[in-house]
Design a protein around this ligand. Structure first.
Ligand SMILES: [Zn+2]
Length: 161
């Protein structure tokens, strides 16, 4: 099937959108006459109307007022987000916060400051004792090295002679 008179084929889009009615009464009448004689154009108009009806059932979306840019204020991190990334985002600080939180929780769960103080004192003394041992071990090692070096000199001197 094809249009009976393509040379005088009306603008069916304009007709379907009722533009022809407003602009030109003659054009509208001619279109209706064409329609009665042309099955092809009837089909075209029916399809157009179906499309328009379908479009009209679609939910209306609010058109964005404008495009937002990444540099816009709304995309800037909030103060607490910035604080988070600068502090908690840092592994060292995060570890520190964890330790502080653990101490706080520990303190909160265990009633009695004296107990906490005793535990801290014990932990500190243990660390100090371990440090003292380590320092002593280092000192012993240095002393041993000194003796080794002195012996080497004595040995060398003996060999040279
Ligand atoms: Zn036609």
């Amino acid at each position: 099937m094809s249009c009976v008179s393509p040379e005088s084929k009306p603008d069916w889009k304009a007709y379907a959108l009722r533009e022809l009615d407003y602009r030109d009464q003659d054009a509208a009448r001619q279109a209706e006459t064409h329609l009665t004689n042309c099955p092809d154009c009837r089909e075209e108009l029916a399809t157009l109307r179906l499309t328009l009806d379908t479009l009209s059932t679609l939910r209306e979306e609010e058109i964005p007022q404008r495009i937002a840019f990444v540099s816009d204020k709304v995309f800037e991190p909030r103060w607490w987000e910035r604080a988070f990334s600068k502090t908690l985002g840092s592994p060292t600080f995060a570890a520190g916060v964890l330790v502080a939180a653990a101490i706080l929780v520990h303190g909160a769960l265990r009633p009695g400051q004296a107990q906490v103080d005793a535990a801290v004192t014990k932990a500190v003394s243990q660390v100090e004792a371990r440090h003292a041992l380590e320092i002593q071990a280092l000192a012993d090692m240095v002393e041993m090295r000194d003796k080794q070096v002195a012996n080497m000199y004595i040995t060398n001197a003996a060999l040279i002679r």
